[in-house]
Design a protein around this ligand. Structure first.
Ligand code: WTA
Length: 651
């Protein structure tokens, strides 16, 4: 170990899983893509941009002269929805199913590409009638229903900029986002179905727009039929959209025309509106969806479980899959309604072949028990993906075995709202993947792990993840605050984009994500990643999920405090805390042994499933709890802090 490592490298993983010969033989992308992109990076992206339908070709691939503000495919014009819809219909694939919709109560809809184009055309005509034009901002606050996809594409079709706000966010969160973007229209619904009940959405919109003078209309989809108090601003979707012509002549927009703003779920301060534009964004969304998911439009049934309120829903439900002519499943509700096998039932029903979900969901299924997926066939699956957080090696193994029956490549995909599309991931037909590792930057992407001084670390070393080259789907700034863009991402090292994540390279040079650098723990001068200690805990057969934080400690600076959720049906040792501490010591070393271990039933998570370690630090340091309003379930924190007061302490 070097004398002053930026981040310790503790966990050692030697398992590797190569794709089968059959999978590799049919894969969309071979290992040659790496060499091709390395030889001529811009030429490589030119070739990927030709996957789209352009109205006017671009003159220049990349203009980086205004760094860190990029322009890609300069001079090119296109309508993003033509690549996602019209061209598939024109190619004779209008009857192909674009969306198999499964509502939570069990209602379903099968929407073909021709039908989706007709709906988007009607909605685009309606938006125009409501006075929305190119460049105007439209806030979308909807449940996970087909109208959400239609609303986004209708905006894109007329060059309006959508800002989707997750339907679970509060009126205040919605208000601040409408206000920041100065949106002139809000598209919402009476409500949606979640956990077996109709949940209202409209009252939050009423509260939000009462203080937003820029909003001229609220367009309301009828989903649940629950009572809605109509205001002067409101128009029903079925009144204004359904009577529109089903054709719409699309205009073309500049490659750098803004496509959407998406606010990141920051915990404090003003919301950060991440801005994405058209040609480069769609190029990378489409290429990565083709390469990483090996998508075969004629035969695959693809299911990404993300809500459209998150970037994953933008790039891998709406833009990437539709650009590639995919058939996909969209599900409105929660995985345990009406029973804990709902997802597996949906996979069998639609013969889903590609599943893309988050580690938080996988660890929840581990907690519920292996017997639930074992009650379903799941034989249609051929590829599994993960995104959103580091996936612990044991969760990866569980996913591969219990869901993928040991014959599906698992791709752990690293990216961010800011990157717009996948950046680091195995290629499923090429990579011998290691459980828990995102492996390598995709072809055409530059990523490195660097020390505090910005020097690349050698294999076996840990540090900060940076992106070394501009990429087509990169954010073009923060809406209304370009200085904040420069300060947040380009000030630590001016030549690199700083992602805010810790990472390490193993002895083979493969990349492991180690969590947000703000969460790194410092124990007796050793900088230890939360991810590695959590992965060691999850590797114990009794543990389904774990979160660790560094709490102030007089002796060691910080001490590790662990919160663990046990697996249902597992053999639980009598002194579980002692056993788990010993287990961590064996797995990764005594330095990482938690000082305290607390068994809990739930962890505080954001609504997109990320663990909020900041709140656990408050508990561990006996502080008054910070802001809990972005939590999926604020009651969880009360239970945890009560448990902490009665918890076990070990030295
Ligand atoms: C984390 C989600 C480890 C990371 C697409 C990143 C991951 C943040 C992974 C972005 C992964 C996402 N392994 N960590 N495969 N994927 N993250 O903006 O900390 O919601 O910076 O975008 O999630 O979250 P965001």
């Amino acid at each position: 170990m070097s004398t002053d490592p930026t981040l310790e490298n503790l966990l050692d993983e030697h398992r590797r899983f190569s794709p089968s010969g059959d999978f590799s033989a049919q894969a969309n992308v071979t290992g040659a893509a790496y060499a091709q992109a390395a030889t001529d990076r811009l030429g490589f992206w030119d070739e990927q941009a030709r996957r789209l339908q352009w109205e006017t070709p671009w003159r220049q691939t990349l203009d980086w002269s205004q760094a860190p503000f990029a322009s890609w495919f300069v001079g090119g014009t296109l309508n993003v929805t033509v690549s996602c819809l019209d061209r598939h219909v024109a190619a004779g694939n209008g009857e192909r199913i674009a969306i198999h919709f499964e509502g939570e109560p069990g209602d379903t809809e099968q929407i073909s590409y021709a039908e989706l184009l007709a709906r988007v055309s009607q909605a685009a005509n309606a938006l125009t009638e409501l006075g929305i034009g190119a460049g105007d901002r439209v806030a979308i606050y909807l449940p996970m229903i087909p109208s959400a996809v239609v609303a986004m594409l209708a905006c894109a079709r007329i060059g309006a900029v959508h800002s989707v706000v997750f339907g679970g966010f509060s009126a205040e969160a919605l208000r601040s986002r409408i206000d920041d973007a100065q949106a002139s229209l809000v598209i919402t619904a009476d409500g949606g179905y979640r956990r077996g009940a109709a949940t209202a959405l409209k009252p939050a919109v009423d509260e939000a727009v009462a203080n937003c003078p820029t909003v001229k209309h609220v367009l309301v989809v009828k989903r649940t039929g629950q009572d809605v108090a109509l205001t002067d601003l409101d128009v029903w979707w079925h009144d204004v959209v359904d009577r529109q012509p089903i054709t719409h002549t699309p205009a073309s927009f500049d490659s750098e025309h803004p496509l959407f703003i998406l606010y990141t779920s920051g915990t404090t301060g003003k919301p950060k509106g991440i801005l994405h534009t058209s040609g480069g964004y769609l190029t990378q969304a489409a290429y990565t969806h083709h390469a990483v998911f090996d998508l075969k439009p004629e035969t695959d049934v693809y299911w990404c479980t993300a809500d459209i309120g998150w970037v994953t829903g933008h790039s891998y439900v709406v833009y990437g899959p539709l650009a590639n002519g995919s058939t996909q499943v969209i599900y409105e509700g929660t995985p345990d309604t009406p029973h804990q096998g709902r997802w597996w039932e949906i996979i069998d029903k639609y013969k889903v072949s590609i599943l893309y979900t988050a580690p938080t969901a996988i660890r929840t299924f581990m907690k519920w028990g292996d017997e639930i997926p074992a009650g379903f066939s799941l034989r249609s699956l051929r590829l599994l993906g993960s995104v959103g957080e580091p996936i612990n090696p044991e969760a990866w193994m569980w996913y591969r075995h219990n869901i993928g029956h040991d014959n599906c490549p698992v791709v752990d995909t690293w990216w961010q709202t800011e990157t717009g599309a996948i950046m680091i991931s195995p290629l499923p037909g090429v990579t011998a993947a290691k459980p828990g590792s995102a492996m390598r930057a995709l072809p055409g992407i530059g990523a490195e792990v660097v020390s505090d001084h910005g020097e690349p670390v050698s294999n076996g070393g840990g540090g900060y993840l940076v992106l070394t080259e501009p990429w087509p789907s990169m954010l073009r700034g923060i809406w209304g605050d370009n200085q904040r863009y420069v300060d947040t991402y380009w000030s630590r090292w001016s030549q690199f984009y700083f992602a805010g994540d810790g990472a390490k390279l193993d002895d083979d040079g493969d990349l492991w994500l180690l969590g947000r650098v703000d969460d790194v723990m410092n124990v007796s001068g050793h900088r230890i990643s939360t991810t590695e200690v959590e992965s060691a805990l999850v590797a114990h057969p009794a543990v389904a999920e774990a979160a660790v934080v560094g709490a102030n400690d007089e002796t060691t600076g910080q001490a590790i405090v662990a919160f663990v959720i046990l697996r249902s049906g597992a053999d639980i040792p009598t002194d579980v805390a002692t056993e788990l501490r010993a287990h961590v010591a064996t797995e990764i070393g005594a330095i990482a042994k938690p000082k305290k271990i607390l068994v809990v039933n739930e962890l505080p998570k954001t609504r997109s499933g990320k663990i909020m370690r900041r709140l656990l630090r408050d508990v561990a340091e006996n502080r008054h709890l910070g802001d809990v309003t972005t939590l999926a379930d604020p009651a969880v924190m009360m239970l945890i802090s009560d448990g902490m007061a009665a918890g076990t302490e070990q030295d």
